[in-house]
Design a protein around this ligand. Structure first.
Ligand SMILES: NC(=O)c1ccc[n+]([C@@H]2O[C@H](COP(=O)([O-])OP(=O)(O)OC[C@H]3O[C@@H](n4cnc5c(N)ncnc54)[C@H](O)[C@@H]3O)[C@@H](O)[C@H]2O)c1
Length: 353
């Protein structure tokens, strides 16, 4: 089989998951890298034995040797870079979120269709073992019709600052950064119903709490305690055309005892918790039963999920198979995220026709 020559654009924290997963794939040649900060790109090129460190971005898109790119840059460049890569005939794996807003997302979708190239969105939780196991039970009808889902990703203190805290570059705070993952995984497992209406709130009450002492949390390379323009809490109720609904809340900081993540789905025949640990709930012989699958990874298995995501992207590029995280799902997710921000700013429900 021909090998896939891949370039990685943006060589910060998450790029390592892309590099190491590509490096383990027998049908991939890690071909080139680019970052605004050249030293960062050179460091990765050396670490992973990558031959080309590009001077300019457009050289990647014009290079006929390059088959595909991973985009691991700040959110504000995702759409622009994805479109340029697609126009250059490259397949694209773009980190979440697909774009800053719905309009950009639609442009990316058009570019993918026009150039007949794959665009896979980095919805890495779709590729996790616990998700795959639960999806197989859902596809078998074990939960019946899923009519309610509840997702929460609460950080007690965890605004990473830097570009994450700069709305211009990130598009928003915990909603677009963390909410995208938990909303997407619920929506995907609910069978991707069409969104009908959205109510939501965002709060800027606590700031980034840079004053807090004696408690460590992840900080971006360009952390500046004086800069923060994103919300610290968001919640929303999303209603779908089939009558199902999803309630979500996410925070970068909140006066709460500890961090908390949960993803729960409720159906007519059974329920499930995907996070913090996969468990299914059912009823048999007039008795409620909890089903505990015996698998290696009951929670989100970060490295394994990334490897699965990259393996799947490579497979789709080389064979033309369809991705399980296609561009149209990225567009729908931007519709939901943009809708929540809109409902919050207008202080009223947003209804889609
Ligand atoms: N899938 C996940 O679980 C996951 C986890 C973390 C981050 N992410 C996503 O990955 C992306 C990067 O996040 P990160 O934590 O690695 O950030 P980071 O700040 O550590 O790295 C980003 C890198 O991109 C470079 N960059 C930014 N814009 C660029 C451009 N237009 N051209 C070239 N280089 C550019 C920066 O110089 C930096 O080196 C974000 O979109 C984020 O949402 C996804």
């Amino acid at each position: 089989m021909a090998k896939l020559r891949v370039c990685v654009i943006g060589t910060g924290t998450i790029s390592d998951m892309h590099f190491q997963s590509y490096a383990k794939h027998p049908d991939v040649i890690l071909y080139g890298v680019f970052d605004y900060v050249r030293e960062r790109a050179e460091e990765k090129a050396q670490a992973y034995g990558i031959p080309h460190v590009y001077e300019e971005l457009h050289e990647i898109f014009a290079d006929p040797q390059v088959d595909a790119v991973s985009i691991c840059t700040w959110n504000n460049s995702h759409a622009e870079l994805a479109i340029a890569a697609l126009e250059g005939g490259k397949h694209v794996l773009v980190e979440k979120p697909l774009s800053l807003n719905l309009e950009e997302a639609i442009e990316v979708q058009k570019a993918a269709q026009k150039n007949n190239r794959l665009l896979q969105v980095g919805f890495v939780r779709r590729f996790a073992t616990n998700t795959k196991v639960l999806k197989s039970f859902i596809d078998d009808g074990k939960l019946g019709d899923i009519y309610y889902a509840k997702a929460s990703c609460i950080r007690r203190i965890g605004n990473p600052g830097g570009w994450f805290a700069d709305k211009e570059r990130s598009g928003g705070g915990p909603l677009i950064d963390l909410g995208v993952h938990v909303i997407d995984i619920c929506w995907y497992l609910m069978g991707r119903p069409k969104v009908k209406s959205i109510s939501g709130h965002t709060y800027h009450q606590l700031g980034n709490r840079a004053n807090v002492k004696n408690l460590k949390f992840y900080k971006a390379a360009d952390y500046d305690k004086g800069k923060n323009t994103v919300e610290d809490l968001a919640n929303a109720l999303v209603t779908f055309e089939n009558g199902a609904s999803l309630f979500v809340d996410v925070s970068y900081t909140l006066h709460t005892k500890k961090d908390d993540i949960h993803v729960k789905l409720f159906g007519t025949k059974g329920g499930a918790e995907l996070e913090p640990e996969l468990v299914m709930i059912s009823e048999e012989n007039d008795t409620i039963i909890n089903i505990h699958p015996q698998i290696d990874h009951l929670s989100f298995d970060f490295e394994n999920a990334f490897q699965n995501e990259i393996d799947s992207f490579v497979q789709c590029c080389l064979t033309g198979a369809e991705s399980i995280a296609p561009v149209e799902d990225g567009v729908e997710m931007m519709k939901i995220l943009t809708g929540i921000y809109e409902a919050a700013s207008k202080k009223c429900e947003v209804v889609f026709s």
